[in-house]
Design a protein around this ligand. Structure first.
Ligand code: WTA
Length: 655
């Protein structure tokens, strides 16, 4: 067993909220009672916190499961709810973003300014032919224009597909094709690790003229933000963002769209080689992201300074940098760069500078700071912090305790929030000021959310037992499907139990009935809080001319949670050629980087002669994981050839 998970099973410390926190907390135990009394009415009330142009009369339509419709006959404009509404309420001067560039350049943007920029950008986009339902790909660094671009798309009722800046040209191409995007918004480059990392060349490579075969190019324009000042090639379809913005009309009135109008597609790794385009719509998504952001972070919009460190290329950036916080009129920090540039205390320096009150990050970041030691954060004044959050992977109790002591001064409650790209918003978390917290446990469902832990037959496991995490009732921000593939949606999440959503995570209920997440139960890895698919990396590896076969596993890693470890067999015909290569592992690692993106590069690549397979030919990843984690290899009786593991273990330990 993964040693971090093992620790989780022996943890029994508890931390009640302080009286001082309780006396000012937004959340109360009554929220659970309200939700229990009438779940749908509870969500309808949360939805009514938004501005609806046409109020909805029906809360949930579940007549065609698993395809849900929430607030279906209502209409709203998502961008209006995140922007104009606050300006009209007299809060236009409130800072929406304190943006900090990696080089130390900074810019504060108020709600009035952000609204004005989004209006202009909406005019630019509609001038380029973008309207309701059109797909726009966004490939940008963490700069205010990224938020402006997303909200401008939303304002027009169009659909954005944000592609993480670390993905390669091939990944951009497949995402643009899958969604038939009409427009790409990118930048020349952005700052990362002290230098400009170019972005536009990857878009250019993705959009290079197609041959006669293959689909028709759907992209008509590329809009380019100037940020890195790096030299870029230029074609007829390219336009500079700043030039178009300067020409655009400043006025733009937001039109209402149906609650179920698609808002965005976000690709995430599944168990097959092809990423899934997770589809989210408007009213239900905004309701749950705003509600959870408010109660889980005890949000006081007049006084809090909130910082979520996630990149907007991931769901956490969508729901807890853009939509939830902006719908609530939050003041945020937005940081362009990496945590250790130009020095390892960069994050803590930013917290001191902006007096951040609420900080939301991933366990992998906490563990890498732990490794560097408490001396670094101790150099900065972190006394403004009053609440800490964690997301993306199970947080081991050691990291939780360090976070509490060193960053939270033993006073700030920690909320460990479990959710997924598919769930759109938080599903399991403590409520600060209400829940007695436990290091390593995400604990309890959000009010209005129905979660269970069940065995393979779908039967509740009972306290003290482990099983599979499921959601038993539809929820407002649930995915509405996989873009263009309703069958895959049904198959992946619903076929296993019929009437319950299968999350793909293992979980355990403790004696109090609290939920402890135990990691993925499928072939999805979680590396530094990022989801990667074993199949996707395997298919990238076999695309290399040297590779005959490849198997990839996620092995426990002290810092990143899991690390990608690959086992490859070289083609007979390539043995000679590959033998001439000095470092074949390095060649294959960088090949994966080019095919998918640097985050997918394996930590280790082992060249082996054989892979362990069952008699039906299925690769036994469990055994490879044993090898990768340096353990004795477990039960091999179902292998077609029982000697193969000895050979592999020998080959790996010879390295
Ligand atoms: C994992 C990120 C334990 C889980 C928001 C899930 C977690 C996957 C937690 C989704 C947590 C996320 N504790 N595990 N607090 N949060 N996970 O789609 O395995 O990038 O299925 O969404 O991350 O990853 P995704």
């Amino acid at each position: 067993m993964n040693p971090q998970i093992d620790n989780l099973l022996h943890e029994n410390r508890k931390f009640p909220p302080s009286d001082a926190f309780v006396s000012q907390a937004l959340a109360t135990a009554a929220l659970y009672d309200e939700a229990k009394a009438d779940r749908l009415e509870f969500w309808a009330n949360q939805a009514r916190e938004l501005h609806w142009d046409t109020p909805f009369t029906q809360t949930l339509d579940w007549s065609n499961p698993p395809f849900a419709k929430w607030f279906d006959d209502g209409t709203l404009n998502v961008a209006y709810n995140c922007l104009d509404r606050h300006v009209e309420a007299g809060n236009g001067d409130r800072v929406a973003f304190h943006w900090e560039g990696e080089q130390g350049d900074s810019r504060s943007v108020t709600y009035a300014e952000l609204t004005a920029e989004v209006k202009r950008a909406a005019n630019v986009l509609s001038g380029l032919g973008i309207g309701q339902g059109d797909r726009v790909a966004i490939y940008l660094p963490m700069i205010p224009e990224a938020v402006v671009a997303m909200l401008a798309v939303a304002r027009l009722g169009a659909v954005h597909s944000v592609i993480f800046g670390g993905f390669s040209a091939d990944s951009i191409r497949s995402r643009v094709d899958d969604a038939s995007a009409k427009l790409v918004i990118t930048a020349d480059g952005g700052w990362r690790k002290g230098k400009v990392s170019a972005l536009k060349p990857a878009v250019d490579a993705a959009l290079e003229a197609r041959g006669d075969l293959g689909p028709q190019e759907t992209v008509t324009n590329v809009l380019v933000v100037k940020r890195g000042e790096n030299q870029v090639d230029w074609t007829d379809r390219d336009l500079w963002w700043h030039e178009e913005m300067a020409k655009a009309d400043a006025e733009h009135e937001a039109q209402p769209f149906p609650a179920e109008n698609p808002l965005f597609i976000l690709y995430t790794s599944g168990t097959t080689g092809k990423p899934k385009g997770i589809l989210h719509t408007s009213g239900g998504y905004l309701t749950q992201s705003a509600f959870t952001h408010k109660v889980v972070f005890d949000l006081k919009p007049e006084s809090d300074v909130y910082w979520c460190t996630a990149d907007i290329g991931w769901i956490t950036g969508h729901s807890y940098v853009v939509y939830g916080p902006l719908a609530n009129g939050t003041t945020q920090v937005l940081y362009e760069g990496t945590p250790d540039t130009p020095h390892p205390g960069r994050w803590w320096e930013i917290i001191e500078k902006y007096k951040v009150t609420t900080f939301y990050t991933a366990p992998t970041a906490i563990r890498s700071f732990m490794k560097l030691g408490r001396k670094i954060p101790k150099k900065f004044d972190l006394s403004s912090i009053r609440l800490l959050g964690s997301v993306g992977e199970p947080i081991n109790p050691e990291a939780w305790m360090w976070y509490r002591k060193v960053i939270g001064a033993k006073a700030a409650p920690i909320v460990d929030t479990w959710w997924q790209t598919e769930t759109g918003a938080m599903m399991i978390s403590a409520l600060p000021g209400v829940t007695e917290t436990k290091p390593g446990s995400a604990q309890v469902p959000i009010p209005g959310i129905s979660i269970d832990v069940v065995d393979d037959d779908g039967v509740h496991v009972g306290t003290g037992n482990g099983g599979l995490l499921v959601v038993t009732e539809p929820w407002p921000s649930m995915l509405r499907g996989i873009w263009g593939d309703p069958e895959r949606y049904q198959e992946t999440y619903w076929d296993k139990f019929g009437d319950k959503y299968f999350a793909g995570d293992g979980a355990r209920l403790d004696d109090d009935g609290d939920i402890w997440l135990l990691g993925r139960v499928d072939d999805v890895m979680n590396v530094s809080g990022h989801r990667l698919s074993t199949a996707e990396i395997e298919s990238a590896l076999v695309a290399h001319p040297f590779t005959a076969e490849a198997a990839v596993v996620g092995a426990a890693d002290e810092t990143t949670g899991q690390a990608v470890v690959a086992f490859v067999i070289i083609k007979e015909s390539m043995l000679e050629e590959s033998a001439a290569v000095e470092d074949i592992a390095a060649v294959l690692r960088s090949h994966v980087g080019e095919q998918i993106g640097p985050i997918a590069r394996p930590r280790d690549v082992f060249v082996v002669n054989e892979l362990p397979k069952t008699r039906s030919g299925k690769i036994m990843r469990r055994l490879l994981r044993d090898v990768a984690e340096g353990r004795d290899v477990g039960d091999t009786t179902t292998l077609a050839d029982t000697t193969v593991m000895q050979i592999i273990t020998g080959q790996v330990s010879a390295k």
